[in-house]
Design a protein around this ligand. Structure first.
Ligand code: PXL
Length: 287
């Protein structure tokens, strides 16, 4: 690919890498959720920490159930990591319920994560799996919008999530702008409206907005059924670049290239959808 992709700097062996935290659910199939986040963190050379919010039971065919973690335990994971290890960015994924969101918001405030002056926070507002299994209670949407969005450095909804959160059906460039404005009005510093599902286009047109400037990021669209965890991987890579001090537009541009390469290398798994594949980074000695 001739996209000028450049990896992030990596700490010398024996010295402490940049740390980043995912606040998200576990995917037993290893495709999405914290498993996707940790793969991206590690393969980009960062040390990943985790606050588990829920344990899903799933394989490549779908999610058959999940168990939520106690909100106080979710908050405690964030607290004990930030008090000792320290992080330079965080991201949220599946948050499951309003009480978990509220616990995350309160702890992020206490730990200095998010907001105008805190550690950068990427909010990927996961509502459902790619198979349509619900991962966020309907009753939690208001809490997500009102309490978590204002803390976010950048929110990264896909078009289904945009519809649920703003009521706007994005079908073209105009409605994508309208949605970006509506999301920005909910309080994040930046809104990214991912256009990956705008099927009319052979490019993947994403729109980034900070209240004054619209930035269009278009990349080659990789058409593959094996795109499980694409949103998680994108948000995780944004968090990594923010942890390295990239400005938001550069972090998103970097992450788009990372996920595009992962999609180009995606592999089949089980009988359903395989995952985005950041393992292309590991080496070129092929089996
Ligand atoms: O890709 C969204 C997502 C996030 N987190 C968990 C998931 C999924 C999709 O299935 O299972 C735990």
């Amino acid at each position: 690919m001739t996209d000028g992709f450049q990896l992030l700097p990596v700490a010398a062996p024996g010295s402490t890498p940049v740390r980043v935290m995912t606040i998200a659910g576990s995917d037993s199939g290893g495709g999405a959720g914290i498993q996707a986040d940790l793969r991206t963190f590690a393969l980009l050379g960062l040390h990943g920490c985790v606050a588990v919010t829920a344990v899903t039971v799933q394989n490549s065919l779908g999610v058959s159930g999940f168990q939520e973690i106690e909100p106080a335990t979710v908050a405690a994971q964030i607290r004990c990591v930030t008090e000792d290890i320290g992080i330079s960015a965080a991201k949220t994924g599946m948050l499951a319920s309003a009480p978990i969101i509220d616990a995350v918001v309160a702890q992020c405030r206490e730990s200095g994560i998010g907001g105008d002056t805190g550690t950068p926070l990427v909010v990927d507002p996961v509502c459902a799996s790619m198979h349509g299994n619900q991962l966020l209670a309907d009753s939690a949407l208001d809490t997500l919008r009102d309490n978590l969005f204002p803390l976010a450095t950048v929110v990264t909804p896909n078009l289904d999530e945009v519809r649920l959160i703003t009521g706007i059906d994005v079908v073209d460039a105009d409605t994508q702008r309208e949605a970006a404005k509506a999301l920005k009005d909910l309080g994040p510093a930046w809104a990214l409206v991912k256009g990956g599902h705008l099927r009319s286009s052979d490019r993947s047109p994403d729109l980034l907005y900070d209240g004054s400037e619209f930035i269009e990021l278009t990349h080659e669209r990789i058409v593959t059924p094996h795109d499980h965890g694409a949103g998680d991987t994108l948000a995780a890579a944004i968090a990594c670049a923010l942890a390295h001090g990239y400005p938001v537009p550069d972090a998103v541009g970097f992450a788009k290239k990372w996920v595009t390469r992962g999609l180009a290398a995606a592999y089949p798994l089980g009988g359903g959808h395989g995952p985005v594949n950041p393992l292309w980074r590991v080496g070129d000695q092929v089996l």
